[in-house]
Design a protein around this ligand. Sequence first.
Ligand code: NDP
Length: 331
Amino acid sequence: MTRIFYDEDATLSVLNNLTIGILGYGNQGRAWAMNLRDSGLNVIVGNIKDEYWDRALSDGFYVYDISDATRQSDIICILIPDEVQRIVYYSDIEPNIKTGCMIVFAHGFSIRYGLIIPRNDIDVGLLAPRMIGVGVRRLYELGYGAPAFVAIRQDVTGAAWSRILALAKALGFTRAGVIESSFEEETELDLFTEQAVMPVIISAFLRAYEILVSKGYSVEAVLTELIASGELIEVFRQVCKLGLLGQLILHSKTSQYGQLSRIDRYIDKIYEPMVKSLEEIISGTFSKEWIKEQEMSYPKFRELLEKALSSRIEKDSENIRRKLKIPYDIL
Ligand code: NDP
């Protein structure tokens, strides 16, 4: 039975007198630093000297370069991009970690693919929120929390579990529930969602836009129908609350019948590509491809991103967003 940890399973005081170093003040780093500080912990930030450094300073944190921050910390949260972690880890982090300290990852990539093999005198844990950074912060401020996955890879001090659960509590994660997992499971599930589920969803919208506009439907009507209305936000909220199929009761009977009677037309077509993506993730084919991209300064990634962001659907979507006055933030 998978364990799920809540507030009552964690004791914040195990982190008393310890310094938590947040390395990387980006999406997750900023949210983590602020939540931990608001929970009363002693937090410092490590970053390279650029605008994120300035942002951390103006948010009121003591900021150091990564080596310095590591040296001063007992718990070191590695919140820098996955594909560069190994470089920063071996140059700035590992040489400065004191024996008995703990390193914590927010995603298992570097450990799962053997890109980082930690020294054997430190604790190693995973605390991976299932939420983007702004959501981690917003939920905490509202008195709730994001759910997360937790795993311990090395526990040389015997305190790794109590420390990572306390960290989870201070971040607000145990308010929602923290699910015991492993570096392997967390990484593979996360990459699968990104590489199999999201591409299916995005392709459905891209194809729908292309087909409908080419058949003469107006761009404004098509994009409002598919994306811009904000209806999807409400539907996906209900998916979370009532279930993927349970939320169907909120739609008209015509819609329910139309959806259920046509699913079979598509579902078999996505089986093979999904399994292929999973195999690439498990075998390490994807991780090798991504690390090679990083080593070559991201040529394919830059090209793909530029093409995506300059595509017609993006320009048309921006136009329609400007014409409709929809408060997406409060939907
Ligand atoms: P971001 O890209 O938002 O932030 C990365 C931070 O690392 C920035 O402060 C950045 O500084 C710094 N950084 C970038 N390159 C280097 C480098 N070469 N050397 C030192 N510092 C560097 O990362 P995320 O917050 O998105 O991701 C951090 C971790 O959290 C990852 O492991 C990710 O998988 C995980 N995660 C992310 C989620 C998300 O919602 N984004 C969700 C769950 C987990 P600067 O930009 O100033 O160079």
